[in-house]
Design a protein around this ligand. Sequence first.
Ligand code: IPE
Ligand code: IPE
Ligand code: MG
Length: 234
Amino acid sequence: MENISVPQHVGIIMDGNGRWAKKRGLPRNMGHKQGAAVFKKTINWCRELGIKCATFYAFSTENWRRPADEVEGIMKLLRQYIKDIRAAAKENIRIIIIGDISRFAEDIRDELINIQEDSKNNDGFITAIALNYGGRAEIVKAVGELVRAAADGNLSADDITEDMIEQNLYTKEMPPLDLVIRPSGEQRLSNFMIWQAAYAEFLFMDVLWPDFTKKDLEYAVEVYSSRDRRYGGV
Ligand code: IPE
Ligand code: IPE
Ligand code: MG
């Protein structure tokens, strides 16, 4: 992998856990468990490839619609995930949580806040985890902040810029999104970073997330580096 341009910020939609389990006659939550193990490994692969920042879509604002036992299983797993995230934070990795964590149990919420606080000066790599995240909800939140500023007399409608919206997104301290990878064969964003993906490159892969390997990530980076990003120019 020489002479290739590596994306600074990669977004990964970790999809296909349920199908992975089904194929093996296992309960869906076993797929989530396996998916969590791959998440942990992928953080290191990203670093090894020279990526600066990766955002992992773990739970969407719409995923609450799933059966209660599946959501419960995911919450249990999240407590496990948190230990892995803690360990990552010890390796100079900064953890950023994107999404509305107020809906999670108090112990999970507190731990997520602490991890972010404890790792905020780490400058080796950024791992962002999207939890109860929805791109639309994120934009609504940003608009709310601007309306509040306007109501306080600090902003008028004609002065609103794209940058102001961006400064009120969860991703304000992260580089722009360069590449979105979605395993599992689905070809949609499912409400992932809809603002940030405006000029991102997309790669949809047939592999199910629990089967995702370092080779798959290398392939994705290679494909990315062959793309011609024009941003509307020539
Ligand atoms: C992604 O895998 C994990 C979450 C959305 C929490 P899925 O559970 O959506 O797996 P499939 O799409 O049913 O295979
Ligand atoms: C997107 O996957 C959310 C995550 C991977 C966390 P979904 O499985 O929820 O998306 P849809 O329902 O197939 O669009
Ligand atoms: Mg899915």
